[in-house]
Design a protein around this ligand. Sequence first.
Ligand code: OOG
Ligand code: MG
Length: 263
Amino acid sequence: MTDARIAEHADALLRAQTSAVPIPQLTTRGDLDLSAAYQIQREVFTRRIADGERHTGFKLGFTSRAKMIQMGVEEVIGGLLCSSMAWLDGDVADPRRLIHPRIEPEVVFRLGRDVADDESVEAAAGAVDAVAVGLEIIDSRYADFRFSLADVVADNASAAGYVVGPWQQPTGDLAQHGVILDVDGRIAETGSTAAILGDPWRAFRAAVRLSRALSVPLSAGHVILAGAATAAIPFVGGAAVRATVSGLGSVTLTLGTPAEGSR
Ligand code: OOG
Ligand code: MG
């Protein structure tokens, strides 16, 4: 794909995100292969960084069957996280910046040091200095939240926001922890961290490999989202959504109503 075409697709996605108006899938306008899709993802991100955002980490998508089945996509994908996506536990997110947001529970890794290009993925696990429960807001820039694999890759794996609960000491055992997603105290989804590629640590290693294939640095202070263990649920105005992972604690995010969004 030509640079001009990549720039055109990046423009469209960036405009959809900043105006909160969805666009048709890019693949309805011609072929898009995965490598071009990742180039578009990177181009949008480069523009956001040029606009003053900071690179804060990396996310995986479709690491669980629940997510693959929900969205009809069968391959693990990566996306880039930046500072304007980061919320604090208990925050109220502004719905005016979102199109049709959904929210899902995540396991989050924090890096205490850079991951070196030449270290093994096993050694890279030693860079993790904390783990936590998280919530991710996904907000496809495509109409009706529908996309092909290449579309969703170009759209940065639908990344729109994330919030991290209290950091915990990293533990080798993350594989069999119960996951609960509740809305205003009512359970909406339940699952197990085993749904995340069998073990969130396996997702961490997949993130190291994928970030290398994409030449995305993993640096001290970055967070890595392992991918949701359950299907995502609609994030509706006024709803307080909490994710709990047994042994890791809880984290909450509320979506404001249009009149009261905090930012
Ligand atoms: C893509 C994002 C997938 C996950 O955790 O599996 C993802 C989407 O579902 O729109 O973030
Ligand atoms: Mg996710």
